[in-house]
Design a protein around this ligand. Structure first.
Ligand SMILES: [Ca+2]
Ligand SMILES: [Ca+2]
Length: 116
């Protein structure tokens, strides 16, 4: 929990710092000087859509054992308590770690170079 709180704090700081900079306002995912970038809300929404694709009964839990091997393997890595059930909380925590890990310049956005 301490690690997750630290991550949330880091993301909050990055977003706050980015929000203080004078930047050209663009719609999420829109190009900036020919570059694509994605912010945390859009990233989380995309990730949530991925989760919901497999959460067919909409109970915010995916029992991933019977999913295709590639998906099952990915979900197992995100299953923090290793109970073979991936909750939306576990999924979102893993997604946040992924965003923070990819945001190399800590500006609260993932640009082309950070997405690839
Ligand atoms: Ca779990
Ligand atoms: Ca970035």
């Amino acid at each position: 929990m301490v690690a997750i709180r630290a991550l949330l704090l880091l993301v909050g700081l990055a977003v706050a710092v980015a929000g203080c900079r004078p930047q050209k306002k663009v719609a999420a995912g829109e190009g900036v000087q020919g570059h694509q970038r994605i912010g945390l809300p859009e990233f989380r929404q995309g990730q949530r859509s991925n989760f919901q694709r497999y959460d067919v009964d909409r109970d915010n839990v995916v029992e991933y054992a019977d999913l295709p091997k590639k998906v099952s393997k990915r979900f197992r890595r995100m299953d923090s308590n290793k109970d073979s059930r991936l909750t939306i909380s576990e999924f979102e925590a893993a997604s946040l770690r992924r965003f923070v890990g990819a945001d190399a310049n800590r500006d609260g956005w993932l640009d082309n170079s950070e997405l690839n």
